[in-house]
Design a protein around this ligand. Structure first.
Ligand code: MN
Length: 217
């Protein structure tokens, strides 16, 4: 039996319409994401001892045998990043953080929500080629906004992701073609701020590092 499995989507393919269309959602989840899971299983087929939780893999890529390290990095990243991305979207988006400690820390770090949103949007528009835009927190509780290339995860940098946007073309091309700013604009309507805040609260309460921070399977 395969060790890594595609997690169930928390909503139907058409639930995020009109912001993310059904056709994109379907191919993104059961085409792209599923392939990363399959390739991760395949990369570790002959290395049962290294079949750790996907976030543990990402936190310690350097311990992996050299011949599979790159394949694991790419596909564990692709798997974990997509699992997280799905969990942070919702048809019932609140349009902005709903208060609480996450919200006040975001304000302290970026000035206010609109300033944060503007900075994140600019980074997402300007990111060259495939990658991901992140709001993440380090072990000291400092929030940071940055992008990664391909499927690099903040976990490999020792950080805990709070919010993420997939800016690979496959995430928006069917509906928006080359108009990435349109897709980013749509994204702000479906962010699950309740879940983003819950991730922050869990980090603050338990003080866990990324190694214990388990969501994706
Ligand atoms: Mn993707």
């Amino acid at each position: 039996m395969d060790h890594y499995v595609l997690p169930k989507l928390p909503y139907e393919y058409d639930a995020l319409e009109p912001y993310i269309d059904k056709a994109t959602m379907k191919v993104h989840y059961e085409g792209h994401h599923k392939t990363y899971v399959e390739k991760l299983n395949s990369a570790l087929k002959d290395y049962p001892d290294f079949r750790k939780h996907v976030e543990e893999l990402l936190a310690s890529l350097n311990v992996l045998p050299e011949e599979v390290r790159e394949a694991v990095a790419t596909n564990a990243g692709g798997h974990a990043n997509h699992s997280l991305f799905w969990s942070l979207l919702t048809p019932n988006g609140e349009r902005r953080p709903v208060g609480g400690e996450f919200s006040s820390n975001l304000d302290n770090t970026f000035g206010n929500f609109d300033a944060f949103k503007q900075k994140f949007t600019k980074m997402a528009v300007e990111h060259f080629s495939n990658g991901w835009i992140w709001l993440a927190v380090d072990n000291h509780g400092k929030m940071e906004l940055f992008s990664t290339k391909d499927h690099e995860s903040p976990i490999t940098r020792g950080m805990i992701p709070l919010l993420v946007l997939d800016v690979w073309e496959h995430a928006y091309y069917l509906k928006h073609q080359n108009r990435r700013p349109e897709y980013i604009h749509a994204f702000w309507n479906i962010v699950n701020w309740t879940e983003v805040s819950a991730r922050w609260d869990e980090f603050k309460k338990t003080g866990v590092t990324n190694r214990e921070w388990r969501r994706a399977g």
